[in-house]
Ligand binder design. Structure first.
Ligand SMILES: NC(=O)c1cc2c(=O)c3cc(F)ccc3oc2nc1N
Length: 330
């Protein structure tokens, strides 16, 4: 084929990038692919060829920027503008009811709760400037984390550019799906390497890799759940914030539910305690948050945790046998 002129190459690369990023969004964020892999691969190879011919055409959100390849010396420190707090845990229905009583006493009226599955992964914070992904960091000690931007760029469900040019910061969980965890450990066993104890350790180990090519191969995914810097967004509830994050291109967990009473919260907890083994990712409990942001602001934080949220932790079962018992090969 005749090599394209710069002009033609530029137009073609813009179109290819849009198509490829849309396909990747459908596959990795919506879990609803619309094209076969070979369609994606063919267009991807065409884009790689154009970018090799004309490197000036490469843009930060090009899917070619996700393959990794940098070997970092180490991870720089990142000071979080807004601290990443941890959650107070509760382990029984009685403790959950006591949490609800404290909230209602402090607020003076009943509140609604946004319940979310507690994904067992690694907390991450993602910063965007005018829509462009500019920094990803670990939670660290809540105030100072590690800059793992290069590794997070290889996580396909993390948008490199938002659907709107917003300057915001979001937080969520980076995790390894159960099926990927099993495959990775089988591979490591064959290579005589030490296996990971659980998907959380596997995700943490993958994001701590200094060779970004390794992180790129670990099939990590994300669920985002907190708007840390709202930018121009005006959500007034946690439930709406999740909808907004999804609209902007983030992967959010579809199982969240707004509950009007603590009894409804308990029903939700019991339902997922029973069915969590069918989930394609590990959860270690349920996060219960006051849904209204103005009430969250009234309740504020203790030194280490929000007063407006709690985590109901499931009793640790023999997760290892459960994982291996079930055929997760997709
Ligand atoms: N692992 C989780 O799936 C998950 C974790 C947190 C938090 O750690 C968390 C910590 C805060 F200080 C406030 C809200 C939070 O919301 C959260 N929501 C979630 N869904």
């Amino acid at each position: 084929m005749e090599p394209l002129t710069f002009q033609a190459a530029e137009e073609r690369s813009v179109k290819l990038r849009e198509e490829l990023n849309q396909y990747a969004y459908e596959y990795y964020v919506q879990d609803q692919p619309t094209v076969e892999d070979f369609v994606y691969d063919k267009k991807y190879q065409e884009l790689v060829a154009i970018e090799m011919e004309y490197p000036d055409l490469i843009t930060p959100e090009s899917p070619t920027q996700r393959v990794g390849g940098k070997v970092l010396e180490g991870f720089e420190k990142v000071v979080h503008d807004v601290p990443l707090y941890s959650l107070n845990d509760v382990f029984s229905k009685e403790e959950l009811i006591a949490f609800d009583e404290r909230v209602k006493k402090a607020v003076g009226h009943p509140v609604s709760y946004c319940c979310e599955l507690k994904i067992d992964g690694l907390s991450i914070s993602l910063k965007y400037e005018e829509g462009l992904f500019i920094q990803g960091a670990t939670r660290g000690d809540g105030t100072v984390g590690e800059n793992i931007t290069e590794n997070l760029k290889t996580v396909k469900s993390i948008p490199l550019r938002l659907k709107e040019p917003l300057t915001i910061e979001v937080r969520g969980e980076c995790y390894m799906p159960k099926a990927s965890f099993i495959k990775l450990n089988q591979q490591r066993e064959e290579e005589g390497k030490e296996v990971f104890a659980n998907p959380r350790n596997a995700a943490a180990g993958s994001l701590r890799q200094l060779d970004t090519k390794i992180a790129a191969k670990r099939n990590l995914s994300t669920f985002l759940y907190t708007l840390a810097d709202f930018g121009p967004l005006e959500s007034t509830t946690q439930d709406h914030a999740l909808t907004e994050m999804s609209r902007l291109g983030f992967r959010t967990n579809p199982e969240h539910r707004v509950c009007k009473t603590i009894d409804e919260v308990w029903e939700y907890i019991e339902a997922f305690h029973k069915t969590r083994d069918q989930l394609p990712y590990e959860i270690d409990g349920i996060v219960i948050k006051v849904n209204e942001f103005d009430v969250q602001d009234d309740l504020g934080f203790t030194v280490k945790a929000p007063r407006w949220a709690t985590a109901y932790k499931f009793p640790p079962e023999e997760a290892q046998t459960l994982l291996l018992d079930i055929d997760w090969t997709v």
